[in-house]
Design a protein around this ligand. Structure first.
Ligand SMILES: [Zn+2]
Length: 100
């Protein structure tokens, strides 16, 4: 008889998703994101104000949900203009870059 050994992955709970899988900025409690390039808050940056209005959310909320450069630890991000001015940095090994 062939012994079948348990699949080592079976220990994982069904539907279990490692915490780091979640987008780190989606549930952040940062109150006041700020662009470290121009020092402006999202509401002061027309493109964010417009995109947020289109989605029916506040500019801060828009940045918390969608801005890829937002650092969840300190609320720093780069607006599109400053990100381009910074040379469109990418993280190590092609990971997402966040503002320091
Ligand atoms: Zn900026």
């Amino acid at each position: 008889m062939i012994m079948s050994y348990p699949d080592p992955d079976e220990d994982l709970l069904p539907g279990f998703v490692p915490e780091e899988y979640y987008s780190p900025y989606r549930d952040t409690t940062i109150d006041e994101p700020v662009c470290t390039g121009c020092g402006q808050r999202p509401a002061d940056i027309p493109v964010y104000a417009q995109l947020a209005a289109d989605e029916g959310i506040t500019p801060d909320e828009y940045v918390r949900r969608k801005e890829g450069t937002l650092n969840p630890r300190n609320g720093h991000f780069l607006c599109d203009e400053d990100y381009i001015a910074a040379g469109q940095p990418v993280g190590e090994h092609g990971t997402r870059w966040v503002a320091p």
